[in-house]
Design a protein around this ligand. Structure first.
Ligand code: TYM
Length: 347
């Protein structure tokens, strides 16, 4: 996976050692966007740096209390492992099991400015017309996310493109904490790592909309739990334009969003640049391309689905991974929280 190799410095200017942190919410079904935009890119990072992968269950309740939250939390942990995260090397744990996340959020709430949160586009998208009726937690979501990262002094955060603005906010919060409390370099400036050819996987039904768990049409996304037949059928039914594949990648990206998305998905699954895929299918009809894409998707996603199902037959083992992970995570975060409280002047 040469395109996945990531060059990250061993430490940042404030001298904090490199540490990777990321997370996924246990809401709804995991989909190809979560896999290609995030989880898959974590796998090579764990070989290079200490890495922490959280199941962000506190974030999951910002849009309502999830039925079966515990089981969904286990499913995400199983997905991490099935996608290649090794619990021996990386820390996998549920956010709610390390109290530092919630406690640091409170301190950071008093650092973040209302004006900063008012600019968050994801809140505007999620709240839509119901701004007055959504939970306070949904509004505060990005501050909790900043606390997740800063509680570990994480320096690198591999995420999909939609999380870029939240990462910028985390940087601003870190900077303001350090300045206001007179503790230069206390928190590092976490860097987003937006990797691979598909930082934003689009819906299979609309090349201008992001693939998302909340899209009412299941045909818009490939779920990691989909059967081989479902994966192939969704790719066959994916929207395209009537032209054969051709032109330059820049032309396709600019004017043919559905074609651009499918070529990107192929490239990401094959671990090759988009230009190589374009060359391979130059002049082909989408019917041919989709057949090959379906075979490729099934060959990558099928084994992940099977492994996830296997892991979930032994929930005691998943619970052990999560609880060992929580102990290791707490051992890092609690002393940092204690220092942050001291810097804030608490008795
Ligand atoms: P969540 O669960 O909404 O998304 C998990 C990850 O999947 C990425 N993603 C996508 N990437 C490409 N194309 C898509 N269509 C697509 N849809 C989702 C997201 O960018 C994300 O990386 N707020 C985070 C969870 C979180 C977090 C954190 C991440 C909470 N605290 C601290 C990093 C660090 C989120 O978006 O979850």
């Amino acid at each position: 996976m040469t395109d996945q190799a990531v060059q990250t410095p061993a430490s940042n200017p404030a001298g904090h050692p490199t540490r990777v942190f990321s997370g996924v919410q246990p809401t709804g079904n995991l989909h190809l966007g979560n896999y290609l935009g995030a989880i898959r890119n974590w796998v090579p990072l764990q070989d290079q740096h200490p890495s922490i992968f959280c199941v962000v269950d506190l974030h999951a309740i910002t849009t309502g209390f999830e039925p079966d939250l515990a089981m969904k939390t286990r499913e995400i942990a199983a997905a991490y492992i099935a996608c290649g995260i090794d619990p021996q090397r990386s820390i996998i744990f549920p956010q709610s099991r390390v109290t530092a996340h919630a406690e640091l959020t409170w301190i950071l709430n008093c650092v973040a400015r209302i004006g900063w949160l008012d600019r968050m586009t994801q809140f505007k998208d999620k709240a839509g017309k119901h701004k007055e009726r959504v939970s306070v937690g949904l509004y505060d979501y990005p501050v909790l996310m900043a606390a997740d990262i800063l509680a570990y002094r994480a320096t690198h955060v591999p995420v999909g493109e939609d999380q870029k603005q939240h990462l910028e906010l985390a940087r601003d919060i870190a900077q303001k904490f350090n300045n206001d409390l007179g503790v230069p370099g206390f928190f590092p400036q976490p860097e987003p790592l937006i990797l691979g050819p598909t930082p934003r996987v689009m819906s299979l039904r609309d090349g201008k909309a992001k693939m998302s768990k909340s899209d009412p049409s299941d045909l818009s996304r490939i779920n990691l739990k989909d059967s081989d037949e479902e994966i192939a059928a969704k790719i066959r039914k994916a929207r395209t334009d009537p032209e054969p594949i051709g032109g330059t990648m820049e032309e396709i990206d600019a004017a043919r969003p559905e074609a651009s998305n499918l070529i990107g998905i192929y490239a990401a699954l094959a671990g090759k640049p988009k230009a190589d895929i374009l060359e391979q299918f130059e002049g082909a009809q989408f019917s041919t391309f989709k057949g090959e894409l379906a075979d490729l998707a099934v060959s990558v996603l099928g084994p992940i689905r099977t492994r996830m199902a296997d892991l979930l037959t032994d929930t005691a083992n998943i619970d052990k991974v999560l609880s060992d992970g929580a102990d290791k995570a707490a051992a890092i975060a609690m002393p940092i929280l204690a220092e942050a409280k001291k810097a804030a002047g608490f008795l």
